[in-house]
Design a protein around this ligand. Structure first.
Ligand code: ATR
Length: 288
């Protein structure tokens, strides 16, 4: 890489930030498209977030991603945010605009939908029940995405029912029925579901398994796991064994990066098998 005074620069702010795979992801695209750009990890202590954000335009950055723990705090220091960020309650991408204005957007919902469309192009989001396991930050982005895509029937199934109810109350959708179900009923709730999404951390390396029996699930349902370490979770293995379309979580990570790259570097990049292989060859620490 040959960095010059004309190089377009972006980065990712996190604390810690070493685990982020965004530098490898954006780095792959910059090289692939032959763009004079650089994308760097920016370790930013939470107490310095305001200073670091205001330095982006001052130092000529195109923008930055925000990762843990800055996704909520970032809201306080931006000039404006898009509706996805507002609904999700988190900002994952910052774009430096004219006059140094800082615009915050959230691309997680976009990444989720693009991943599902890649894996199940014929799935109609408004054609039946969608079961979401979990009610944390990831579930919020998934629900916002699904409602935006026209979903009309969502069941939120979470260990802490109060958290599911709080999420349902936050989601504004006049056209959709959103109900909450007990965690213990997750297996029965599969009956009639067209799409099942695991947004919990269960099944991830180092976490307990997701215990669920897919017997009640139709063979033409689509199953997606947000977890991508491992790539092939037990949930996806079970779903494939039933003949269901099983979609792993890596695509969401890759697709959510596209709008940011397009804004900063001027090219809408493609998610390709080559990119997937590149990200998968990173060592396991980088994938956590
Ligand atoms: P994220 O931002 O990645 O969604 P989170 O907000 O911590 O992370 O949410 C984690 C989700 O996994 C929650 O839905 C959590 O359930 P609770 O709301 O009841 O905590 C779920 N989860 C984590 N460990 C779990 C477990 N052992 N059994 C069931 N659900 C679990």
């Amino acid at each position: 890489m040959n960095i010059t005074g004309k190089t377009l620069i972006a980065g990712v702010m996190g604390w810690p930030v070493a685990h982020s795979r965004s530098p490898q992801l954006h780095g792959f695209w910059l090289k692939y498209y032959g763009i004079d750009g650089a994308y760097i990890p920016l370790p930013v202590d939470p107490k310095n977030l305001a200073t670091a954000l205001s330095a982006l335009p001052a130092m000529g950055f195109r923008g930055a991603n925000l990762t843990v723990p800055h996704k909520q705090a970032g809201f306080n220091f931006l000039d404006d945010v898009d509706s996805a960020a507002e609904h999700i309650g988190a900002v994952n991408t910052i774009i430096v605009g004219p006059g140094g204005r800082l615009r915050g957007i959230n691309t997680d919902a976009y990444g989720f939908i693009e991943n599902i469309k890649d894996g199940a192009p014929d799935l109609a989001f408004n054609a039946g029940k969608i079961l979401i396991l979990g009610a944390g930050g990831a579930a919020r982005a998934v629900c916002v995405a699904l409602l935006e895509a026209g979903a009309t029937d969502i069941v939120l199934c979470n260990r802490s029912r109060a958290r599911a109810e709080a999420l349902a109350a936050r989601l504004t959708a006049s056209h959709a029925k959103i109900i909450c179900a007990d965690w213990a009923s997750r297996t029965e709730r599969l009956d009639g579901a067209k799409l099942v999404v695991n947004t919990t951390s269960l099944g991830m390396v180092g976490q307990p398994p997701l215990e669920i029996d897919l017997s009640a699930l139709a063979g033409d349902a689509v199953v997606n796991d947000i977890v991508y370490t491992p790539l092939e979770t037990q949930l996806l293995v079970q779903a494939r064994a039933k003949g269901c379309i099983a979609i792993d979580g890596l695509g969401m990570l890759l697709h959510q990066a596209r709008p940011a790259f397009a804004q900063w570097f001027g090219v809408d990049p493609a998610v390709t098998p080559e990119l997937r292989r590149h990200v998968l060859t990173l060592n396991s620490d980088s994938m956590s």
